[in-house]
Design a binder for this molecule. Structure first.
Ligand SMILES: Nc1ncnc2c1ncn2[C@@H]1O[C@H](COP(=O)(O)OP(=O)(O)OP(=O)(O)O)[C@@H](O)[C@H]1O
Length: 588
């Protein structure tokens, strides 16, 4: 018999509420000693009498599989009992579907076979899930996509036993096999639910809808209609998985998995790359209507707004050693053809970076802060540097030379504090971002994964997690406690990383972004080819424009404007772009 381990709640530090199920709340927490992330799932005592619970809990502990959100322990605290589970940072398969993410056929088949592997393991131990549905498939990030982890094992069955007594069959009728409506279940019932879920992943909707009675009639009597647009071999799998009579379905999860793997081998690389569901993700396309641009006197390498929150900020343009300040007459036009102010630096300006107190001017190895009233040199580094955009009172400076080093610099000019960020020998930091004024995250890479280390401003470690993808750049977000990241092999994965509770939303971009900003609709990514993608705070792609002037420099002008400098022949042209005027059907 498995030994029950009872942990004290104090062993965990909560990182916040992640969800609410019918049996209680689920928290993300960190095990103080090991730093391991876990999910703490409250279970209501009244709904789970102790003897039944312990019987079921033994089953749960016996499950140990890479595609199951494994139960690690039982936590008995004064306030009740909680299951300690593997934590999955990617949310549920339902969240992913609602995000409008289109998956490749290869990814859909991989997720399905992972779910079947989990069922294979559980069925071999005599445990039937009984509530397979996208809400119970948790996700963790993998280098190129997601990894499925089936959750709610046993709890689902236990709930069947208890609620079934007085209310009839429970579970989610949309995924229920015909026999379930007669209160019978077997391993084949789980395979039927996997079939319905596979159908939904491919077609974007379930085969049957309606209330409980309508769904019962459909599951019992109507065949699942399969459109010709699906490859014939995939249709055959769906047909067999959703047979009304259990003996006609796959004999086991192993058989169904083998059938999928066999079909996969017959599909071409093109078939496997095809994205499903076919319904295009909700995304509006706008178009740039060129207006007469303003000519700048010289080539421009960087742009920024001084006092960006003001109604009329000053626009800064960097030209070699020189920085020009332009007054605006309104949010879109320059006051005059001549700059209102000019500053000269010892070395060419490589970057301008807006911070709440002003603009950081980066030259070869110096960091200056320009405010409306002064220009001060904050720090000199003995290496070429870059500043990561965003951030609040602190900015992250990174060394462009090897070995890579990172510093946090207080951008409050009266008291510049510079703190070198800790590095661990085996993990060279690649990038960092402030999460808020008191915390920052540092990412380092190891093979195909990254480590995300959260530290307090004083350098105290608050926890470290592994992220199964390559994080190349972290950027501060205006949303406290979160940051955004550019990840993946081609740097085309846009991640929204929330720390409390720890969640990662991944948005796939079809461009290679070079500039990032935040406007009223969420995040904006712009490529060097003039393509723009708008992403909301949930990581959903909500809009795109593909015909911006080819940018050399970009700066964002909240709430919905941006400035772009492009080179047209000998001319350096400055364009103001108002997202509201681009025909994007978005609410501003
Ligand atoms: N192990 C976990 N890791 C990360 N998040 C989790 C984990 N378990 C649950 N969650 C989150 O908590 C939410 C609620 O989970 P829970 O399993 O209690 O309810 P449910 O599956 O939505 O419904 P039900 O109560 O019917 O099982 C999930 O939707 C998910 O977002």
């Amino acid at each position: 018999m498995t030994v029950l381990k009872t942990y004290q709640s104090a062993k965990y530090r909560s990182l916040g509420l992640v969800g609410q199920g019918q049996f209680g709340q689920v928290y993300c927490a960190i095990h103080r000693k090991s730093g391991r992330l876990v999910a703490l799932k409250n279970l209501n005592r009244d709904r789970f009498p102790t003897h039944q619970f312990l019987r079921e809990f033994r089953f749960l502990l016996s499950l140990d599989h890479p595609h199951i959100a494994n139960c690690l322990a039982l936590d008995q605290s004064g306030s009740g009992r909680q299951l300690v589970l593997d934590y999955c940072e990617g949310g549920t398969l339902r969240d992913l579907m609602e995000q409008g993410t289109q998956l490749t056929l290869a990814e859909i088949l991989t997720l399905t076979t992972e779910i079947l592997s989990a069922l294979e393991h559980a069925h071999a131990k005599g445990l039937i899930h009984c509530d397979i549905k996208p809400e119970n498939i948790l996700l963790s990030l993998s280098p190129h996509g997601w990894r499925a982890k089936v959750s709610d094992f046993g709890i689902a069955r236990l709930s069947q036993e208890y609620q079934g007594k007085d209310k009839g069959a429970t579970g989610s009728p949309a995924y229920m096999a015909p026999e379930r409506f007669y209160f019978q279940f077997s391993a084949a019932s789980d395979l039927y639910a996997v079939g319905i879920m596979l159908y939904e992943l491919l077609l974007g909707d379930r085969p049957f809808s309606g209330n409980y009675n309508q769904l019962m009639v459909c599951h019992l009597n109507h065949a699942v209609k399969l459109p010709d647009s699906l490859p014939v071999s995939i249709q055959a799998i769906l047909k067999k998985a959703t047979e009304k009579l259990t003996p006609r379905r796959y004999r086991s999860a192993t058989d169904m998995k083998a059938a999928i793997l066999k079909v996969r081998k017959t599909l071409t690389a093109g078939d496997l790359r095809e994205r499903f569901p076919k319904i295009a993700a909700l995304k509006t396309v706008g178009s740039f209507a060129p207006q007469e641009p303003v000519q700048l006197p010289d080539r421009c390498s960087a742009l920024a707004l001084l006092n960006a929150t003001d109604a009329l900020p000053q626009l800064l343009t960097a030209h070699g050693h020189q920085l020009y300040g332009w007054s605006l007459t309104n949010t879109q036009t320059l006051d005059s053809e001549r700059p209102a102010a000019t500053w000269d630096f010892d070395a060419p300006i490589t970057q301008l970076c807006q911070v709440p107190s002003g603009v950081l001017v980066v030259t070869q190895n110096q960091l200056h802060l320009l405010t409306t009233s002064s220009l001060v040199t904050l720090a000199t580094f003995n290496t070429a540097i870059a500043v990561l955009p965003g951030g609040q009172q602190w900015a992250i400076v990174q060394s462009l030379a090897s070995p890579r080093r990172l510093w946090a610099v207080n951008t409050h000019h009266s008291s510049p504090i510079i703190r070198e960020l800790p590095t661990e020998d085996e993990q060279v930091p690649t990038t960092a971002a402030m999460l808020d004024d008191r915390h920052y995250a540092i990412a380092s890479q190891q093979d195909k994964q990254s480590h995300l280390h959260v530290l307090s401003r004083k350098g105290q470690s608050l926890g470290k997690v592994s992220v199964q993808t390559n994080i190349h750049h972290l950027f501060a977000s205006q949303k406290p406690g979160s940051c955004i990241a550019l990840a993946g092999t081609k740097q085309q994965d846009f991640l929204v990383i929330r720390i409390k509770p720890y969640r990662i939303m991944r948005c796939r971009l079809d461009i290679v972004p070079h500039w990032f900003g935040e406007l009223v609709t969420g995040y904006v990514a712009i490529s060097q080819k003039g393509e723009m993608r708008l992403i909301n705070y949930y990581g959903q792609l909500i809009g795109q424009i593909n015909d911006l002037p080819i940018p050399e420099a970009v700066c964002f002008h909240p709430p919905h404007g941006l400035w772009i400098v492009s080179q047209q022949g000998q001319d350096t042209c400055l364009h103001h772009i108002d997202l509201q005027a681009l025909g994007l059907d978005l609410i501003f």
